[in-house]
Design a protein around this ligand. Sequence first.
Ligand SMILES: *[C@@H]1O[C@H](CO)[C@@H](O)[C@H](O)[C@H]1NC(C)=O
Ligand SMILES: *[C@@H]1O[C@H](CO)[C@@H](O)[C@H](O)[C@H]1NC(C)=O
Ligand SMILES: *[C@@H]1O[C@H](CO)[C@@H](O)[C@H](O)[C@H]1NC(C)=O
Ligand SMILES: *[C@@H]1O[C@H](CO)[C@@H](O)[C@H](O)[C@H]1NC(C)=O
Ligand SMILES: *[C@@H]1O[C@H](CO)[C@@H](O)[C@H](O)[C@H]1NC(C)=O
Ligand SMILES: *[C@@H]1O[C@H](CO)[C@@H](O)[C@H](O)[C@H]1NC(C)=O
Length: 254
Amino acid sequence: MLQILPMLLLETQLSMVSALFTVEVPQQLYIVEYGSNVTMECRFPVNGSLNLGLLTVVWEQKRQGQSKSKEVYTLRNGKAFSLSQHHDYIGRATLLHSELKLGRALLQITSVKITDAGSYLCLIDYQGVDYKYITLEVKASYKRINTQVMRKQGEDKFGFMCQSEGFPLADVFWQNAKNFNLSGSANTTYTLTTDGLYNVTSILTFKPSMSENYSCVFWNKELNEETSAHISTLGSYHLGLAQDREYFYTHHVL
Ligand SMILES: *[C@@H]1O[C@H](CO)[C@@H](O)[C@H](O)[C@H]1NC(C)=O
Ligand SMILES: *[C@@H]1O[C@H](CO)[C@@H](O)[C@H](O)[C@H]1NC(C)=O
Ligand SMILES: *[C@@H]1O[C@H](CO)[C@@H](O)[C@H](O)[C@H]1NC(C)=O
Ligand SMILES: *[C@@H]1O[C@H](CO)[C@@H](O)[C@H](O)[C@H]1NC(C)=O
Ligand SMILES: *[C@@H]1O[C@H](CO)[C@@H](O)[C@H](O)[C@H]1NC(C)=O
Ligand SMILES: *[C@@H]1O[C@H](CO)[C@@H](O)[C@H](O)[C@H]1NC(C)=O
């Protein structure tokens, strides 16, 4: 599991000090939006003024279903030890040094990715060793829905396309102005982006005689969140079909 732990435990030889030294986490679970910053906190006892040279802080991350953990940030005897930092975290993970004297080991990760989700271990050695786990969950709303009107060459049919990226995987529903469920005539597919997001594309095929307003609804089941975009066939007599993205909203379904 953890390579550094047995070594540190040996170092302190399970002394009385070790038994008294405890690391605490004020917040066990962090849920953050993809692309945002997160600061996770572990607390440790500091008696009086901090002796930085005696302090070692290790932050490691483990994704669900993976056996090997990644080194996120290491401070060894008061100095940043970046040689073994996992490349996923280079330039994105820092320990807020100014807070250490208050007994706060704050790990800041910027521009959070889907792959940052998982279990974080914070291990602190300060004349005693202890560690705790923190869980990080990352979500991505299907915020921006791109819409497009397509015409099938040589066919008497049109297609409305809605495409968006998010996490976890969303279901896509189509409705007309009367809230009639049209999902049966839609084809929804997805790919995975290099950032681990789902790139969901849904195409509704219909006959051009049907002049109506349509909306596609991205339902992020796990987040209980719906986003939608509207497309209308206004002006279809003239230019074929006009695309009119009227509005976009996000709301939570109770
Ligand atoms: C995230 O942190 C970086 C570096 O501190 C900062 O430049 C950026 O504005 C922050 N982003 C957000 C969304 O707070
Ligand atoms: C902190 O200081 C108090 C009093 O000086 C002492 O009794 C205690 O053992 C110290 N705790 C640690 C963790 O060093
Ligand atoms: C719409 O219809 C599809 C199948 O045609 C179904 O899977 C889906 O659950 C329906 N959605 C709603 C909101 O009723
Ligand atoms: C849905 O779209 C995919 C990708 O464009 C295509 O391979 C598949 O045949 C389509 N399915 C249906 C039922 O039209
Ligand atoms: C998502 O898929 C669409 C096609 O379905 C493609 O045009 C677009 O570039 C993809 N976006 C990303 C970020 O992969
Ligand atoms: C579509 O929406 C527009 C703008 O809200 C409205 O003017 C138009 O009457 C609607 N068309 C239909 C067929 O409902």
